[in-house]
Design a protein. Structure first.
Length: 127
């Protein structure tokens, strides 16, 4: 097989793996939500992430008081950065079950695609 044929074959296989992973993630999401819309789940996740965001903003603003005297704008920036980190961590924690379900579905579908690819390359002859 020449380089062009090899790269086309591998790019097709990579695209097939990507598509199967995306389909698996979607099926994992649907399985987790059980027919319910995503918006209420996200609203609950954001509400649950407010406490870590406030805590992160407080710690960020408090950390700017340590050591040298810093300007008000720097304290505000530290507070915003801490709040953003807290919000991100809170959202990740609140949506961890959804992410796990999506990852499980994606890995399951990718495994099936890899098995199919292996069987294409190594056919089993029972005769």
């Amino acid at each position: 097989m020449d380089l062009r044929g090899w790269s086309k074959s591998n790019s097709d296989y990579g695209r097939k793996l990507l598509d199967s992973g995306i389909d698996g993630a979607r099926s994992g999401e649907e399985e987790f939500l059980n027919g319910k819309p995503l918006t209420p789940f996200l609203n609950e996740a954001v509400c649950g992430a407010v406490t870590p965001a406030v805590l992160g903003a407080f710690i960020g603003a408090l950390s700017s008081y340590m050591g040298q005297r810093k300007s008000v704008s720097r304290r505000l920036a530290y507070g915003l950065l801490g709040g953003a980190i807290g919000l991100t961590a809170g959202l990740a924690w609140e949506s961890r079950r959804l992410a796990a379900s999506m990852a499980d579905g994606a890995l399951r579908n990718i495994g099936k695609a890899r098995d199919e690819h292996w069987l294409e390359k190594h056919p089993i002859d029972y005769a």
